[in-house]
Design a binder for this molecule. Sequence first.
Ligand code: GTP
Ligand code: MG
Length: 477
Amino acid sequence: MEFKVRLLRNGGAVKMAKQDFDDTIGAVSTPPGEGALGIIRLSGNESIPAAEKIFRSSSGTRLSDFSPNTVHHGRIVDAEGRMVDDVMIACFRSPHSYTGEDMVEISAHGGMKILKTITGLLVKQGVRHAEPGEFTKRAFLNGKMDLAQAEAVLDLIRAKTESAHRQAVLQLQGAFSEKIRDLREGILGVCAVAEASIDFPEEELDIDPAAEVTKNLIPVIREIDGMIQGFRRGAILREGALVVIAGKPNVGKSSLLNALLERDRAIVSHLPGTTRDILEEELEIGGFLVRIVDTAGIRSDPDGVEKMGIERAKNYLTDAQLVLMVLDGSREPDGEDRKILESLKDKKIILVFNKSDLPAKTDPEKFSGIVPPLGAVCVSAKTSAGVSDLEEAIRKAIWDEGLPTDSAWLTRLRHKQALESARECFARAEEGLRKGLSMEFIAFDLRQGVDCLGEIIGEVYSEEILGRIFRDFCIGK
Ligand SMILES: Nc1nc2c(ncn2[C@@H]2O[C@H](COP(=O)(O)OP(=O)(O)OP(=O)(O)O)[C@@H](O)[C@H]2O)c(=O)[nH]1
Ligand SMILES: [Mg+2]
């Protein structure tokens, strides 16, 4: 479908007030499978006429005669007038709907056959199957939400922890967009000064334009730097922190994973080299999401398959935000333990002395010299003793720098990249001012930076950007 857009110099487009889509879309918005309810959504000019053809209200009133934003009981019937299901139906009139268009929501019983049949009847009335995220895309294009808010819809659906949910709600409410809008408006003010100095000679302006632009530009660059620095932690809120369990074979890594998950996820055995592949699971610790990974035991001279497992373990260790280095506390440490520790010199590490139910043979103190760990915890994966202390140590290691969850963070790579591009433009303008370049160049860089900021909230967008964002959505959202 073609959108009506105004093209910008850089090939992006500026959003227009209300789009006129010539077709009506429909989709099942609830997950497949059996459920108490299954919801079908329609959006577009033909939503109400199409639904009216297959709906018989209990009151006898036609769907198009109902007041907008009201819910009604009735039956869906097929071409022969046979009842398909007993449903509730809600009508929304443009612009007071999720997408800004006329919309209908049919709450049927949640069975595959029922929902398929109703959708099929609607398609016969000219409704087109919606693409992934198409309802939200229309909401964006119709100005019901900006692009960062549209992305937050997906975050909200996917949120698995308290902190991720909180962050998605803040972003959906526009807290992050507000920050970007403030930065953008600040720079637009600076642009106005720069452009005025092109049009009017300096004597006619009662300010020094170069000094004025620099004065206002520097705080914006600092603010962007602060946001970019916070990205790593913001991304943790959305995607979770990668915590990798590592150590020699047989020290109890898989047992520790099971103890943390409180279920028998990984195979455990007395034979060294049991785990050959990566096992990744999700876990909530202190309200935050942790992606916890069990790895193959690392040792010198492994055989073929084991070698591949160790390679994979090492790749994960490179990306890990935190490593749980497991040692068998009931045995004397050896050269293999030290070698692994030395290879993790640059990582954040918690030393985990496992098998604390057996007599201790390892002195945790001896290890702190090799790498300065964030902490050492004695646990028994067998009895779960000390596991809650370990969870607390993990929480502290990742979030104790104080992660305020009540403000909006930079959480998406797309936003970070756009902020970096904007920063580059502003830094170039600032350098140009120092070098005494003409204001034409400065204004050009400032405008480009403004467009980069605009991409985050969708003031400026391209079909490619929209395609990338909405393909991650589910159908019906
Ligand atoms: N007594 C005691 N035994 C444990 C504990 N944790 C693990 N074990 C035993 O240690 C052995 C190895 O445990 P795993 O969890 O398979 O060890 P691993 O580090 O995953 O081993 P690989 O996968 O071979 O690298 C098994 O016999 C476990 O029952 C513990 O806390 N106490
Ligand atoms: Mg294992």
